[in-house]
Write a protein that binds this ligand. Structure first.
Ligand code: MLT
Length: 266
């Protein structure tokens, strides 16, 4: 399904019955990464998966995409699908940064958060200059150059040898990202605020899921977030890299299921 914003269309899927659960993908990916969750959790959650601006089927949207803007897009989507009650938000990596913006701007709308493969801190000076290099690179050579350099780092080495088909699926998803999307996201992530001071104020229950073999964001960042959050639990998944929901879908879904069941008891 699609709906129109002032300068483009946002695409999303909606399925299932139960606790409202919004999935926000990472960069440069799309809502397609949540397929194992949309299929496996439909009995317990009313799920929405969105394509952020410039990603998947959401187009054309010139950047930059500040994380707060992406959070506002999600709020417009919730309005379109008529969700008024507090929701659980599950954000992966950049989607986690958007989740933090959502909490910063609309804390009353969040009843639980699932932070996957993400971090609370801002970019280091080195990371910022890498974002600028990436922006130049994609403008000069197209999206494929980013895809090929990122792909081997996105999953665990074990996934590369045991699930070669999955790598192809991930490559295809990444290749659907527009140049606007890559550049807009790089600029938005580069300027994102430090969410670390926010963490002690996140009083809603939180689940942190991280791949033990994540090469982009170390699981140590997950441990730091877990220490700072007042009400959180940490699940580190073995044999998973930056995309644990795709690499270890059963274990990932079990962690989400347990979390949602606990939320329903509160
Ligand atoms: C992502 O997976 O969304 C990005 O790699 C996050 C980042 O670059 O900070």
């Amino acid at each position: 399904m699609k709906f129109q914003l002032e300068n483009g269309f946002l695409a999303y899927d909606q399925i299932g019955n139960g606790t409202p659960l919004l999935f926000i993908h990472g960069y440069p990916l799309s809502r397609k990464i949540w397929k194992p969750q949309m299929e496996g959790l439909a009995d317990i959650a009313s799920m929405i998966a969105v394509d952020l601006r410039g990603h998947g089927e959401s187009f054309p949207f010139a950047g930059p995409y500040p994380m707060d803007l992406l959070a506002d897009d999600c709020i417009q989507l919730l309005d379109i699908v008529n969700i008024k009650s507090p929701i659980v938000v599950c954000g992966l990596s950049m989607g986690g940064y958007v989740t933090m913006s959502l909490f910063r701007k609309y804390p009353h709308l969040i009843k639980g958060m699932i932070l996957t493969s993400t971090r609370s801190g801002p970019d280091s000076p080195e990371a910022k200059s890498n974002r600028d290099l990436g922006t130049q690179n994609v403008r000069d050579h197209g999206v494929a150059i980013i895809v090929e350099s990122m792909l081997p780092k996105l999953v665990s080495p074990i996934t590369i040898s045991s699930q070669p088909n999955l790598l192809k699926i991930i490559r295809d998803i990444m290749m659907e990202t527009s140049m606007n999307g890559v550049v807009g996201a790089l600029q938005g992530m580069k300027d994102r605020p430090d969410s670390t001071p926010l963490f002690p104020h996140i009083k809603c229950p939180a689940l942190i899921i991280h791949g033990a073999d994540d090469q982009l964001i170390s699981y140590r960042e997950a441990e730091v977030m877990n220490q700072r959050l007042p009400d959180s639990r940490l699940v580190i998944l073995p044999e998973a890299g930056h995309l644990p929901n795709l690499e270890q879908p059963e274990r990932f879904n079990q962690a989400v299921l347990d979390f949602i069941l606990t939320l329903s008891q509160d």
